[in-house]
Write a protein that binds this ligand. Structure first.
Ligand code: SF4
Length: 478
């Protein structure tokens, strides 16, 4: 990966603050929300007309939609999001799993049980060579896409790099990891340069948590993460080091969601315009009350399922090609709605702590970084298939492919067909290698339905590859 030109090569505190102010001015985000607090029926129609064509939303348009409270208007917004999502993602839902190699952390985030002042937690770090005990069980379950979640252990980029290399080098009897993403704290240019040398590194996820400086300061009283501007400029340094796939996120529940979502969209617009990344993903984890994390219970901003779904719908309209990740639990009926209106990726993960998958970890109450409830992969595959979604094990190219939303309908159709076909081929492999007869049967129906939607040429090619898969070949893709 080659570094990009650097608008901010100097990361002194003064320049970091100046760079952060170029990305977001919190007062301007608040002012925009005030200016767009009401919307006429005509304005709403105009906004949705453009958004339905996959043109995205300007920031004033996004601010306007985020503040809609009328149930009928929200319904129209959600229906439009569904059309846009269907066009670009065609019922595919990517599946990945978090792995947590260390629970050591020098920060003290009030909403997280891994914070350093939680003395109830037994700390451990898994050596890169021991990661197989964590990863092989996941490969044997069918996972191919992992996210390595690091706290802020200050163990250094070489450890992170060794862990990523070790994970890519592992082989189980059934396969190997195809994509490794990182969830990592803010890093310096020299640390990112080490990571940029990793071959096939996936997405660099870093969540701002909240873009409101006052809430940020209260929730991060100590440790390096207390530096708001340094965190906000992390993706700039990552891009300048040569990382191409970026993940943004806010922890819904810390502050007013309209402010935080609009600020995140502002950040996304800035990164897309400044660096043209290979891929951009958005995550909206929701705050969950957790022992050992007082900031997870003392909040007035908890987000209910309806508001969460609405935020996903507005984000889908604002960023039509962006992967939106679901990484906290939601009831089954809510998940189904989310897959339809905007969620394109599920981080299946359950509790995440070192040793969770090898059953030799320390899941004591205060020691869990609760990302969600434990879920069995095959159960999820079954349930998705049952309601017509395609569990996507193809951990390939990003969805920022401009052809998918370009003005050339033929190129757009070809791009979508290729992605859909590769997802079906990866699903076929999963079913043959891991799934029970019941799951195979229900997912076979989805495969048939999706094959029928492909152009004849792509359908024929896909069927040919499927025959090869049935004959024992693996990795067959278009
Ligand atoms: Fe550490 Fe991350 Fe938890 Fe903060 S949220 S305490 S940085 S693991």
């Amino acid at each position: 990966m080659s570094p990009l030109p650097t608008p901010h090569a100097n990361w002194s505190p003064e320049h970091t603050a100046a760079a952060a102010a170029e990305i977001i001015q919190p007062a301007a985000v608040s002012a925009l929300l005030e200016e767009t607090a009401t919307v006429s029926a005509g304005d709403l129609r105009d906004i949705l007309f453009g958004a339905a064509r996959g043109r995205g939303l300007s920031l004033p348009q996004a601010a306007t939609l985020l503040q809609v409270t009328d149930a009928a208007a929200r319904e129209r917004i959600t229906t439009t999001a569904q059309q846009v999502h269907e066009h670009t993602f065609a019922r595919r839902v990517r599946l990945s799993e978090p792995v947590c190699p260390t629970n050591r952390c020098v920060n003290d985030c009030l909403y997280c049980p891994l914070r350093r002042s939680n003395t109830q937690l037994r700390r451990r770090t898994t050596a890169a060579r021991d990661l197989q005990r964590e990863v092989i069980p996941l490969l044997d379950e069918g996972y191919r896409h992992l996210t390595l979640v690091f706290g802020d252990s200050r163990i250094g980029p070489q450890y992170v790099r060794d862990v990523v290399d070790a994970v890519y080098a592992l082989r189980s009897r059934t396969g190997r990891v195809q994509r490794v993403d990182l969830n990592l704290n803010a890093s310096a240019p020299d640390e990112l340069a080490v990571l940029a040398e990793v071959e096939r590194l996936g997405t660099y996820h870093l969540y701002q948590e909240t873009y409101d400086p006052e809430t940020y300061a209260r929730m991060h009283p100590d440790g390096p993460k207390a530096n708001y501007a340094w965190r906000l400029t992390s993706h700039d340094r990552a891009c300048q080091a040569g990382l191409r796939d970026l993940g943004l996120g806010v922890l819904l529940g810390l502050h007013d969601l309209r402010f935080d979502v609009l600020a995140l969209l502002t950040h996304a617009h800035y990164l897309l315009a400044t660096y043209r990344p290979g891929a951009l993903t958005v995550s909206y984890p929701r705050l969950i009350a957790t022992p050992g994390a007082p900031g997870s219970t003392e909040t007035q901003w908890l987000v209910n399922d309806d508001d969460f779904a609405f935020v996903v719908a507005v984000t889908r309209l604002a960023l039509p090609l962006t992967d939106i990740i679901l990484n906290t639990p939601a009831p089954a009926e809510v998940r189904r709605a989310l897959y339809a209106i905007g969620i394109s990726h599920v981080s299946v993960g359950s509790a995440s702590y070192p040793g969770v998958y090898s059953a030799d970890g320390a899941p004591e109450g205060a020691g869990r970084l609760t990302i969600g409830r434990p879920r069995n992969l095959e159960t999820l595959v079954y349930r998705m298939s049952e309601v017509g979604f395609v569990p996507d094990f193809h951990a390939g190219a990003s969805d920022l492919d401009p052809a998918a939303a370009g003005d050339d309908p033929q190129a757009a159709r070809q791009a979508l067909d290729r992605k859909a076909a590769n997802s079906l081929l990866a699903l076929k492999e999963y079913l043959m290698d891991y799934a029970s007869e019941d799951t195979q049967t229900i997912a076979a129906g989805v495969i048939q339905d999706e094959l029928a939607r492909l152009s004849k040429k792509v359908r024929d090619q896909t069927l040919e590859r499927m025959e090869e898969t049935e004959a024992g070949f693996r990795g067959q893709r278009l």
